[in-house]
Design a protein around this ligand. Structure first.
Ligand SMILES: [Mn+2]
Length: 321
């Protein structure tokens, strides 16, 4: 697959979907594709399915057209799934993937096993949004499409900071800037600005944090009760693990919060020596070498101990990269 345009020939209807709990890259890349199709292929009937998106991304063009529910049983000519490592992370929209006449997957998760008919998967790329940039004709990237792609790249690179950022990422970002986007405002409004409640729960998570493995791992858990106390929703906890990761001397950071059913949602970050995607996959999760997640059962103490054991194995060379 070399471009998106050739995939759209003879296609009358397209469903676009991304992963559950959509983040900046998921929302940005899906809306980039949606805006591209509606702008340049107006004869195609396109729908985009995502779970409710964070408010910070609602300024993107056609964010208001995102469908949060999948009650219709439409069968699409083409289903494009983006930023999603496997079908179980598609949520309800998985039915459109299964019934569509043809499927495409565009993704950068290492755990992705090329599950669609056509796959455009590059784990070394910064973001799915960067892959969308590659698949679109530069002259057909409008300002609105550029905003979507830029948001996705900014979020998955931590504002062009993580090691997944490449020269190509920066070149793409430069071309997007020339489309007239307000790049300063995008970074400030969608990445750095936190609500008061978000800062409070971040503070609580940092107070809860402890060091393990002689300071090589930092872990923090936030309980349901604490989330309720600060009126924090899961989507408000996004930056916490990144803050833990920048603690001096740590190789890996673990953040967990309690789900409604008492299980724990785990996020892990690595500073390079630990492959956290391997550990996440052991617990039916997935992600990238330096950023991965999973869901686990048990007490927070047990969960942290299990993860520390895996990290220790890697650091001592028993397994791992
Ligand atoms: Mn991504």
């Amino acid at each position: 697959m070399k471009d998106l345009a050739s995939q759209l020939a003879q296609v009358k209807s397209v469903a676009i979907a991304g992963h559950v709990r959509p983040d900046g890259d998921c929302v940005g890349s899906c809306l980039a594709t949606y805006n591209y199709i509606t702008t340049w292929f107006p004869q195609i009937e396109a729908d985009v399915y995502l779970e409710p998106i964070p408010n910070i991304f609602k300024f993107l063009k056609y964010a208001d057209r995102i469908r949060n529910t999948c009650e219709n049983d439409k069968i699409y000519d083409l289903c494009i799934v983006q930023d999603c490592g496997d079908t179980s992370r598609l949520g309800e929209a998985v039915k459109y993937f299964h019934t569509a006449k043809r499927t495409i997957c565009i993704d950068h998760h290492v755990s992705n096993h090329s599950f669609a008919d056509e796959n455009y998967i590059f784990p070394e790329k910064s973001s799915t949004s960067e892959l969308i940039f590659e698949l679109l004709e530069e002259e057909k990237i409008t300002k609105e499409i550029a905003e979507c792609i830029y948001v996705g790249m900014v979020h998955d690179t931590g504002v062009f900071q993580y090691s997944c950022t490449s020269a190509q990422t920066m070149n793409a970002a430069g071309i997007l800037m020339e489309k007239g986007i307000d790049f300063t405002k995008i970074v400030d409004d969608t990445f750095y600005t936190k609500t008061f409640a978000q800062n409070k729960i971040l503070g609580q998570a940092l107070l809860n944090s402890k060091l393990y493995l002689s300071g090589k791992v930092i872990a923090a858990a936030v309980t349901k009760e604490e989330m309720d106390r600060y009126h924090a929703l899961p989507k408000h906890l996004d930056g916490i693990v990144s803050q833990l990761r920048v603690t001096k001397g740590v190789e890996a950071a673990i953040f967990l919060y309690e789900n409604e059913d008492g299980t724990w949602k785990i996020s892990m970050r690595s500073n390079g020596r630990v492959d956290v995607s391997q550990i996440a996959m052991k617990y039916q999760g997935g992600g990238h070498v330096r950023a991965a997640g999973a869901t686990m059962e048990g007490s927070s103490k047990e969960v942290i101990e299990k993860l520390c054991t895996e990290i220790d194995k890697q650091l001592s060379g028993v397994s791992g990269p």
